[in-house]
Design a protein around this ligand. Structure first.
Ligand SMILES: [Fe+2]
Length: 141
């Protein structure tokens, strides 16, 4: 069973955001699986590069949405996003430093996948639901 699962309770009701959140959970799982497989070095690197790219793409979508809404906690939310991007970059640097992916890299990737899945679940429930609530309550334009 996959480690990271999107659940109905994470639904924001905003179709594009929900689709991206689901895809992010999938990307985290794919990354962990690719590193576990060990021998598929290119696949592991590509799965990590995809996770890094897609995380940024998703955060850009959310930040543009919050900006459009005039959401007052945008800066705080952006800082949370930047912290996850930085963590993923640490893993990418570690992978880049090694010519081959050793066994400890699989452990590190598993740790990173656990962290990212946990981070995402909490971030959706706490930070993302804040702008969702704000969007629902704002007066109709
Ligand atoms: Fe967010």
């Amino acid at each position: 069973m996959a480690l990271a699962q999107w659940k109905a309770e994470y639904a924001t009701g905003i179709a594009v955001i929900d689709a991206q959140h689901q895809r992010l959970f999938e990307a985290i799982n794919r990354m962990e699986d690719a590193f576990k497989a060990g021998t598929q070095e290119d696949e592991a690197k590509e799965s990590l590069a995809f996770l890094a790219r897609y995380t940024k793409e998703h955060f850009d979508t959310e930040e543009a949405f919050m900006r459009e809404l005039g959401y007052p906690l945008l800066t705080f939310h952006q800082e949370e996003h930047a912290a996850l991007v930085a963590k993923i970059q640490v893993l990418q640097r570690k992978v880049d430093e090694d010519l081959t992916i050793p066994a400890h890299m699989a452990d590190f990737a598993a740790h990173m996948a656990n962290f990212a899945a946990d981070w995402l679940a909490h971030h959706i429930n706490e930070a993302d639901m804040g702008y969702v609530q704000f969007a629902r309550e704002r007066p109709a334009l």
